[in-house]
Ligand binder design. Structure first.
Ligand SMILES: [Mg+2]
Length: 374
C-alpha cells in the first residue's frame, strides 16, 4: 500500500470575497460572500481543496462559515489524520459517527478528499465519479429581489452579452401580490427572448402559494422553486399537482431519503442539487440517481461558491447522467475578485469543465491572503 496517500494535515481558512453587486434573498442580503477553504494534505505532498459555503449566512440551513470551521477543525480533522485520502466512503461514514448533520461542512471536507485523491492519481475529479457524460452545463443567472426595471436592465445586459439565456428571480421579500406584479412585469419584458424562473426560498405558506402561483404560470414563468417550507412536502406535492409548470425542490431536498420521499409523492418535477447542502459529491450523485430513476431531472444548483466549489459542482453535474436540467453555477461571475489563478471558462451560456488533475482549479494564494479574515 502506498503510504503517500496518508493525510498528514487538515487546515481551514475563512475568506470574504467581495461581490460585484449586493445579492438579495427573501431574508438576507450580502455584499461579500464568506467562504471556508478546507485544505487536506497528504504525506506525498499533494494538497486537495474543498469549499464550505452557504448563501449569505445561516438563514438557509443553519450553518455558516464560522460553524463549519469549528466542526472541521475540532471534530472532523482528528478523524481524517493518518487515514488514506482514497478511503472517502469509510472516512465520511466515520465523520458522520462524530458529526450528525452539518452537511455543508462535510461537503467541504468530502470535496477536498476527492481533489487530493484525484491529484495524487493525476486524473480529474469526474473520473472518480464514473467519468463525464457531458463537458459543459448551461448556466442560468440569478436576479435579486429589486424592482422590475432594475432586474430587467440587468437581464437584458446579460442577454446582449450572450452570457445567459434564462434567469431566476428571487421572490418572497415583498407582499405576495406586489411581488407577483413585479415578476409579471419582468416576465412580460423578457417574453420570447429569455426564460424566467422564480425561487420563493420557502417563504410562502400553502394557501399563499395556491392563490398566487397560477398567475405566475399564466405570465409565462417557466418554473417555480420551493414556494413552501422545506419540511412541508405534502403541500409541495399539492402545489405541483395543481400548477401547469414544473416545481423544483431545493430546501426540501438534502439527502437521498428526501429525494425518495419527494419522488414518491410527486412533489417536484425537478431536483435542485447543491453539492454543498447535500454533503458532497457522492451524496449528490445518489440523489440525482434517485431522481433519474423516478423521471425527475436534476438541476446543478448553487450556494454561490467561489471557483473551487463551483468546479466541484461542475464535476458532479457533468458526471451525473440525470443532471439534464442545466445549472445556476454562476458564483464566480458574481464575485468582484477572481480567486483562481486561471478563471473557470464561461462561454456560449455554458460553464466548461476545466482541464487538469483534481478539480482543475488552483486558488491564487495572494487573493486568499488579501481576503482572509483575521
Ligand atoms: Mg433555491
Amino acid at each position: 500500500m502506498n503510504d503517500d496517500l496518508r493525510i498528514d494535515r487538515v487546515e481551514t481558512v475563512v475568506v470574504d470575497v467581495p461581490l460585484r453587486r449586493p445579492h438579495r434573498f427573501a431574508r438576507a442580503a450580502m455584499d461579500a460572500q464568506p467562504v471556508l477553504y478546507v485544505f487536506v494534505r497528504t504525506s506525498g505532498g499533494v494538497t486537495g481543496t474543498g469549499e464550505g459555503v452557504v448563501p449569505a449566512g445561516p438563514w438557509w440551513g443553519g450553518e455558516s462559515v464560522e460553524t463549519m470551521q469549528v466542526i472541521v477543525e475540532r471534530y472532523v480533522a482528528p478523524v481524517l489524520l493518518g487515514r488514506r485520502v482514497d478511503e472517502v466512503g469509510p472516512l465520511m461514514r466515520d465523520v458522520t459517527d462524530v458529526v450528525a448533520a452539518n452537511l455543508f461542512a462535510k461537503a467541504a471536507v468530502e470535496v477536498a478528499l476527492h481533489d487530493a485523491w484525484a491529484r495524487a492519481l493525476g486524473v480529474p475529479v469526474h473520473a472518480l465519479l464514473g467519468g463525464a457524460v457531458r463537458t459543459s452545463v448551461p448556466v442560468t443567472w440569478a436576479l435579486g429581489t429589486e424592482p422590475a426595471p432594475v432586474v430587467v436592465e440587468e437581464a437584458l445586459a446579460k442577454l446582449d452579452a450572450g452570457l445567459h439565456g434564462t434567469f431566476k428571480l428571487k421572490m418572497g421579500a415583498l407582499d405576495p401580490a406586489v411581488d407577483v406584479a413585479r415578476v409579471e412585469a419582468v416576465a412580460d419584458k423578457l417574453a420570447g427572448v429569455a426564460g424566467v424562473r422564480v425561487d420563493l426560498n420557502a417563504r410562502w405558506d400553502r394557501l399563499t402559494a395556491l392563490t398566487h402561483l397560477p398567475r405566475l404560470a399564466e405570465a409565462g414563468v417557466e418554473m417555480v422553486e420551493q414556494p413552501v417550507p422545506g419540511n412541508e412536502i405534502e403541500a409541495l406535492a399539492e402545489i405541483n399537482a395543481r400548477l401547469p409548470i414544473p416545481v423544483m425542490a431545493d430546501e426540501s431536498l438534502r439527502t437521498p431519503t428526501d429525494a425518495l420521499r419527494l419522488a414518491r409523492l410527486g412533489a417536484a418535477d425537478v431536483f435542485a442539487v447543491k453539492t454543498t447542502k447535500c454533503g458532497g459529491l457522492r451524496a449528490s450523485l445518489e440523489i440525482a440517481a434517485v431522481g433519474a430513476a423516478a423521471g425527475v431531472p436534476t438541476h446543478g444548483a448553487t450556494s454561490i461558491e467561489s471557483p473551487v466549489g463551483t468546479a466541484a459542482s461542475l464535476h458532479f453535474a457533468c458526471a451525473a447522467p440525470g443532471a439534464t436540467w442545466g445549472s445556476e453555477l454562476f458564483g464566480p461571475l458574481l464575485m468582484a475578485e477572481e480567486m483562481a489563478v486561471e478563471p473557470l471558462r464561461y462561454a456560449d451560456g455554458h460553464l466548461h469543465l476545466p482541464a487538469g488533475p483534481g478539480l482543475g482549479v488552483e486558488l491564487d494564494p495572494d487573493k486568499v491572503r488579501a481576503f482572509r479574515r483575521d
